[in-house]
Design a protein around this ligand. Structure first.
Ligand SMILES: [Zn+2]
Length: 87
């Protein structure tokens, strides 16, 4: 069983009105999500493909703020209903 986390996606792929709180870090190398508390790209991802055939090229690197190979992943909020037509 994998950890259950809210549906999450890289912040750049989510419309601003659907961005919830940051829940993970998304690695552009292996396209997987890693816990925010983990300072380095090590160990198992919390979300993503189960079978990774090759080691990510960023494996072992720190999630530094200056690094460009990762971005925050945010919880995806439900789509906001279109506003009803003004009465
Ligand atoms: Zn990676």
């Amino acid at each position: 069983m994998s950890l259950r986390i809210p549906e999450a996606a890289p912040v750049s792929q989510i419309a601003p009105e659907r961005r919830g709180p940051a829940v993970a870090r998304f690695c552009h190398g292996c396209q997987q999500l890693y816990p925010l508390l983990r300072a380095r790209h090590v160990g198992r991802a919390i979300y993503g493909r189960d079978l990774v055939t090759s080691t990510c090229s960023y494996e072992g690197m720190a999630f530094g703020h200056e690094a460009t190979w990762w971005e925050e992943a945010v919880e995806v909020l439900p789509a906001v209903a279109a506003p009803a037509a003004a009465a």
